[in-house]
Design a protein around this ligand. Structure first.
Ligand SMILES: Nc1ncnc2c1ncn2[C@@H]1O[C@H](COP(=O)(O)OP(=O)(O)OP(=O)(O)O)[C@@H](O)[C@H]1O
Length: 251
């Protein structure tokens, strides 16, 4: 059988005395979309950073396409990192650059080259997220929050990554605009056949964009299951979290 796209095995990460990840186990299959849910400060971002090789676990294994990241050389990690696209929380667009240069930033690494070709690539990727060529020359701060998210999405897919991380993709959007982003993510994952890993607090989003949901609590994945079991998981941590109750095992 083919290797999972991403496999974390017994990943432990401490900062001084504080244990943030305490034996995380998680596999994501090729073409699968997985959402990680969990309270603030439970280590969702730390998990992503361990997969990207930006943080080194104290122990355990992180594999991408069967290749071990923990202890790999910088060169090997950079090669693996090239497989990833990222939609950052808040979009992280550059206000000093026009939209077309923002969309193609990952392709040019900030250098100016083949402007006509880059504009064409920007246009194609903007079209995929439902935006027209009239915004190519605008600056990000001239667009609404929802449009900025779409531009950030166009930038994340422009290099055609094999895996995309979505960091809180719907945060800051009203429920309708959030759902537009959910639909876009779903169709991009399907059309481009990418593997997706999303961290989110938005249960409606998790249910819509992920095939499978995993809950991180106390440094471990305490539950994972298909999205339609999220409200029927039989797990007291998941129940409390998805219902947003103050009383329960989560303190
Ligand atoms: N570089 C670091 N140095 C020290 N502590 C860190 C570092 N990065 C993260 N932490 C700690 O690890 C814990 C988990 O942080 P993380 O950002 O992964 O949480 P999260 O689940 O993504 O939270 P949120 O939903 O609020 O974004 C926090 O207590 C944080 O303070």
């Amino acid at each position: 059988m083919a290797d999972p796209k991403i496999r974390l095995t017994d990943v432990v990460k401490r900062f001084d005395e504080k244990v943030v990840l305490d034996g995380v186990n998680l596999s994501v299959e090729p073409g699968e979309s997985v959402a990680i849910i969990g309270g603030s400060g439970t280590g969702k971002s730390v998990t992503l950073k361990c997969i990207l090789g930006l943080l080194k676990p104290d122990s355990g294994s992180v594999q991408v396409d069967g290749q071990e990241i923990v202890g790999a050389s910088t060169r090997e990690i950079e090669k693996v990192r090239a497989k990833f696209g990222m939609l950052f929380q808040g979009g992280a667009l550059f206000d000093s650059l026009p939209i077309w240069r923002n969309v193609t930033f990952g392709l040019t690494q900030g250098r100016m080259r083949h402007a006509a070709e880059m504009r064409k690539i920007a246009e194609e990727n903007l079209e995929r997220v439902g935006l027209g060529r009239e915004i190519l020359n605008l600056r990000p701060n001239e667009l609404s929050g929802g449009m900025q998210k779409r531009v950030a999405l166009a930038r994340a897919i422009a290099p055609r990554p094999e895996i995309i991380f979505f960091d809180e993709p719907t945060t800051g959007l009203d429920p309708i605009r959030a759902d537009v982003i959910n639909d876009l993510i779903t169709s991009l994952v399907e059309d481009l056949g990418v593997t997706a890993l999303t961290i989110t607090h938005d249960m409606a989003s998790a249910r819509k964009i992920a095939h499978r949901v995993a809950m991180l609590y106390n440094g471990r994945i305490v539950w994972h299951g298909p999205r339609d079991r999220l409200y029927d998981s039989g797990n007291p941590y998941v129940d409390q979290f998805v219902q947003g109750r103050a009383d329960g095992p989560i303190r």
